[in-house]
Design a protein around this ligand. Structure first.
Ligand code: PHE
Length: 362
């Protein structure tokens, strides 16, 4: 006859739920060993039944209870194991995520917009795919004008619907024309953006960035131009000792035309603006083209040049960025090298403001 102790021991050593179930069937199933013992009760004499009955019942109840207990234990262990496997250790540091940065050109354009907003300039834009009327003709460069050849222009093979040659704008000056045609006068705008010339070496890339300035009003003269440029350059470079030199020059769209130099010195192997270019250890560097807007340009933009006058200027954003933040190769600006970008880039939270300093490196 089966011994309860032995049966219980066997049940307790079942180490999987499947093994336990197999054991349950072997003992208590329809053809199980304990079930078979229960069936023998019917054929026993009353005395035998009296002595054997309680033992067989105890065996059945003991086995049933032991199986239930073992089942609960095995299920609990399985749940524990699953929970342990699915644990997330919240005390681990977050993995390093790649961090983007704001390109110095974007940052400098934002700085310039901030400086000029303070002087009452709005931002104007125009298309990078331009027609030759806006890029040249309206800017006092008729078809045969030699200055057109100086621009190394990228032309498109087809003309536009009005029979105009199409090109990639060679400067931001066409935005002067578009802004005057759109808004009339008085007007005070800057126009930052991409420009294109077929040119490539350490200081020239086929695509680069300019910012244009235009002021048209009544009684505007060169003094306003000089003050504006001086104020802008001091705010942008965040120093008061910026000294300008204005040199007579020539642009078809300004008359008179003025090229603007700033004084600088070499410090720690790089150019640092400040001081007169005539001071010992200093030199002049050209940073801007400018002048009083030519009356032909004002007329081409639909305004009466006897009533309205103004000045315009244009400068390279990339060059301004290099001068302020100390990069020495223009080509690196457009390589997309993450090492360069993380070194020279700015935090997205580094929004230029006049009060906070327009540009503090990240
Ligand atoms: N458009 C000129 C250039 O690209 C710069 C300029 C702009 C000069 C406005 C005078 C006035 O070189």
């Amino acid at each position: 006859m089966l011994e309860l102790n032995q049966v219980v021991q066997e049940i307790e050593s079942a180490d999987t739920l499947d093994a336990l179930e197999a054991l349950r069937v072997r003992l208590l199933g329809k053809a199980g060993e304990i079930t078979a013992l229960l069936k023998t009760l019917g054929g026993m004499s009353p005395e035998q039944r009296q002595s054997e009955g309680p033992k067989i019942q105890a065996l059945r109840e003991g086995a049933t209870a032991a199986i239930a207990a073992r089942k609960a234990a095995l299920e609990g262990a399985a749940l524990e194991a699953r929970l342990a496997g699915e644990t997330i250790d919240l005390s681990l540091p977050a993995p390093a995520t790649p961090r983007g940065s704001v390109h110095p050109i974007s940052q400098v354009m934002d700085e310039l917009a901030e400086v000029f907003a303070d002087l009452g300039f709005a931002v104007a834009t125009g298309p990078e795919i331009e027609d030759d009327w806006h890029n040249f003709t309206a800017l006092n460069m008729p078809e045969s004008h030699p200055a057109r050849a100086m621009h190394d222009t990228f032309y498109f093979p087809d003309k536009d619907g009005q029979g105009r040659d199409m090109l990639l704008r060679t400067h931001t000056s066409p935005v002067q024309i578009r802004a005057m045609l759109d808004q009339g006068a008085p007007i005070r705008v800057i126009a930052p953006g991409r420009v294109y010339r077929s040119d490539s070496d350490a200081t020239h890339t086929p695509m680069f960035h300019q910012i244009e300035g235009l002021v048209i009003d009544k009684g505007i003269h060169l003094g306003h131009l000089k003050w504006t440029l001086e104020t802008f350059l001091k705010a942008y470079f965040e120093r008061d000792d910026i000294v300008l030199r204005l040199r007579p020059s020539y642009f078809p769209f300004t008359e008179p035309s003025v090229e603007v130099d700033v004084g600088y010195a070499f410090e720690g192997g790089r150019r640092v603006v400040g001081g007169s270019g005539d001071a010992p250890g200093h030199a002049w560097m050209e940073v801007l083209g400018s002048g009083m807007v030519n009356r032909h340009v004002i007329a081409a933009a639909g305004l009466d040049p006897d009533e309205w006058q103004g000045f315009a200027f244009g400068t390279g954003v990339d060059r301004l960025a290099m001068l302020k933040y100390g990069m020495d190769d223009l080509r690196a600006f457009f390589d997309g090298d993450v090492r360069w970008l993380s070194h020279y880039g700015f935090s997205a939270l580094d929004v230029p403001t006049l009060s906070g300093g327009v540009g503090t490196p990240a």
